[in-house]
Design a protein around this ligand. Structure first.
Ligand code: KG4
Ligand code: ZN
Length: 352
C-alpha cells in the first residue's frame, strides 16, 4: 500500500510517500520546500505570500516525492492531505490538489488533522506501547494528550494563551533576533548562562477551596500552560536594561529558553504521575529544540515510572508531509471512516 501525503498548512510545502513494511509505516520519501526565506523579511508568516508560494511549489514537490520514492503515480493507492488546523489559504492549496489527484487517479483521499500528524511523526518505523502521553509543542499549539490506543485523543492540558513556539517566536522578536524564533534562540542560548536571569514558573492550579464543613480541599494539579507571563517578564527585562553585548543576549536567550522548558517539563511530569503512561512522546516544531529533548529525557527517565521516552528525528518535528502519511497509514489500517472527497479545509480543526 503506497500513500501520497500532502501538507500545506502553514509555510512549508511538503509531499511524502509512505508504505507499510512488516506491519508498520515507513517513509519512502519526504520532500519539504521551506518558505522561511520568503517570510523572514516580514518577521513572520504572511498568509497571502504563503498561499501563492504553495501554488507554485506543490506540483514540483509532489513530483520529487514520487521520484525519490522510486514509484510511479499509478503505484499510489491512497492520497492523504492536511485538512486543518492552519492558514485557510495555505490549506486550500493542498486540499484541492489532493482532490484533483484523487479524481484523476480514481483513488480515495483521506483528510488528516495536522496535530494528529505531529503525534504520528513518532510512529515512523516503530511500534509504541499504549497508554501514551504526548506533549505537542508547535507554533500554534501546546497540548498534553492522553492516548489509550491508536487514533484516540484526550486533551489533558493546553495553553490558555500563547503556544510554546509562539513564546520562542515573540521572544526572539522582542530581542530583535528575527524569525523563526525557536532555532535562533536555541542557537544563541548555546553560549549563554541560563541562570543569568530569573523567570517565573507558571502554575495554574487553583487555590485550595473550603468544603461545606469549612475544611480546605486540595485542588487537582493543573496541566494547563500559560506563556504570556514569560513574554511580559522578558519585555520588562528588555525595557529596564536591554543587553547590548552578544554575551548578554546569549545569557538572556538561555534563561528565557530554560523558563519555557521548565514550564513544559513541570506539567509533563504531572501528566506522567496522573496517567501512568507506558510511553511519553514529544512532537511538533519545538521538539526540534536540543535542550528540551535532552532535559525532558533526563527528567522522565529519572522518575520511577518506567516510561519509555520517544522523540522524532529532527526532520519530522517541524511541518512535513511524512507525518501526515504515517497518520493516514494507521487511519486506513484501523479502518476509520474515509470521507472521500466530501470535506473542505478546516482552519480551526480540533483534535478529537
Ligand atoms: O510544528 P511547526 O513546524 O509548525 C506549526 O505547526 O506551528 O512549529 C513551528 C514552531 C515555530 O514557532 C518555531 O519557532 C518552533 O516551532 N521551532 C523551535 C525550534 N525549531 C522550530 N522552537 C525551539 N527550538 C527549536 N530548535
Ligand atoms: Zn505543525
Amino acid at each position: 500500500m503506497n500513500i501520497l501525503a500532502i501538507e500545506t498548512s502553514c509555510d512549508e510545502t511538503s509531499a511524502a510517500v509512505v508504505c507499510g513494511q512488516g506491519g508498520i509505516p515507513v517513509l519512502l520519501s519526504n520532500i519539504v520546500s521551506s518558505q522561511i526565506p520568503l517570510h523572514q523579511k516580514y518577521g513572520g508568516v504572511v498568509p497571502e505570500v504563503a498561499a501563492r508560494a504553495h501554488i507554485e511549489n506543490i506540483l514540483p514537490v509532489i513530483e520529487e516525492a514520487i521520484k525519490e520514492a522510486k514509484i510511479k503515480l499509478s503505484d499510489i493507492n491512497y492520497l492523504a492531505v492536511t485538512e486543518g488546523p492552519g492558514l485557510i489559504g495555505s490549506l486550500v492549496v493542498g486540499v484541492e490538489t489532493a482532490k484533483a489527484l484523487s479524481l484523476a487517479l480514481n483513488i480515495p483521499v483521506l483528510p488528516i488533522n495536522h496535530l494528529e500528524g505531529h503525534i504520528y511523526a513518532n510512529f515512523q518505523g516503530v511500534n509504541l506501547k499504549f497508554p501514551l502521553v504526548a506533549l505537542l509543542v508547535s507554533g500554534g499549539h501546546t497540548l498534553l494528550i492522553y492516548m489509550k490506543s491508536h487514533l484516540s485523543y484526550k486533551v489533558i492540558g493546553k495553553t490558555r494563551d500563547d503556544a510554546a513556539g509562539e513564546a520562542f517566536d515573540k521572544g526572539a522578536r522582542l530581542m530583535g533576533l528575527g524569525y523563526p524564533g525557536g532555532p535562533i534562540i536555541s542557537k544563541m542560548a548555546l553560549e549563554g548562562d541560563e541562570n543569568a536571569y530569573t523567570f517565573p514558573m507558571i502554575d495554574l492550579t487553583p487555590e485550595p477551596k473550603r468544603n461545606d464543613k469549612g475544611f480546605l480541599e486540595k485542588q487537582k494539579l493543573s496541566m494547563d500552560y500559560s506563556f504570556s507571563g514569560l513574554k511580559t517578564a522578558l519585555l520588562n527585562i528588555i525595557k529596564k536594561k536591554k543587553p547590548k553585548t552578544e554575551k548578554g543576549i546569549s545569557d538572556l536567550s538561555a534563561s528565557y529558553q530554560k523558563a519555557i522548558i521548565d514550564n513544559l517539563i513541570q506539567n509533563s511530569l504531572r501528566a506522567i504521575d496522573l496517567y501512568h503512561p507506558k510511553t511519553f512522546i514529544l512532537s511538533g516544531g519545538v521538539a526540534a529544540n536540543r535542550s528540551l529533548r535532552e532535559i525532558l529525557k533526563v527528567e522522565i527517565e529519572s522518575t520511577d515510572k518506567k516510561v519509555k521516552f520517544v522523540i522524532p528525528p529532527f526532520e519530522l518535528c517541524t511541518d512535513n508531509a511524512g507525518m501526515i502519511g504515517i497518520a493516514a497509514w494507521y487511519t486506513i489500517r484501523l479502518k476509520r471512516t474515509i470521507k472521500n472527497n466530501n470535506f473542505t479545509a478546516e482552519p480551526n480543526l480540533v483534535l478529537k
